[in-house]
Design a protein around this ligand. Structure first.
Ligand code: INI
Length: 158
């Protein structure tokens, strides 16, 4: 039996972190968590990490796509927070962000980690950005690290 899996050390690999400014009070905590995970768990050199800021979650897919197509990165991490309001706006922003990033992920030949909160309340956003329900930025960075290595392991094994 052959088992292919990736570890989380990715020294020498290059990462783009695409971050929305909207709801920055939670998104900055996602960014802190993602950077800490890349550097401390992944042992990624800070010089190999590029942070790209965009206005809101709606703009994440086009920039993630541009970064993915540049050929300069081994993985992309998308971070944002869409918080439901009293209008259908939430559905449009969250839906397009989710759909667009899923498409980039499938089209690109590099991993794209989804670190976008889609929540009903500010409390839920706070809980998922470094308090009692963890930190979605940390999870996304973990996923990116593992995926970079599992794709490399597949190339080596096959
Ligand atoms: N952008 C977010 O990242 N989160 C939100 O909760 C949000 N809401 O609710 O409006 C939001 N809107 C802005 C949107 O992403 C675009 O930046 C804007 O529509 C301009 O294209």
């Amino acid at each position: 039996m052959k088992i292919i899996e990736g570890n989380t050390r990715a020294t020498g690999k290059k990462f783009a972190v695409v971050v929305s400014r909207f709801n920055s009070f939670v998104v900055e905590s996602l960014l802190d968590g993602a950077l800490d995970t890349l550097e401390r768990i992944g042992e990624v050199n800070p010089d190999d990490i590029t942070v790209i800021r965009v206005p809101g979650a709606y703009e994440l897919p086009i920039v993630a796509k541009k970064a993915a197509m540049s050929g300069k990165f081994h993985a992309i991490i998308a971070l944002g927070a869409v918080i439901r309001g009293g209008t259908p706006h939430f559905e449009f922003v969250a839906g397009e962000c989710n759909k667009g990033l899923a498409q980039v992920s499938l089209d690109a030949t590099i991993p794209l980690a989804f670190g976008v909160l889609t929540v009903d309340t500010i409390e839920q956003a706070i809980e998922r950005s470094g308090t009692k329900a963890g930190n979605k930025g940390v999870e996304a960075a973990h996923s990116a690290l593992e995926m970079v290595n599992v794709l490399a392991a597949i190339d080596e094994a096959l």
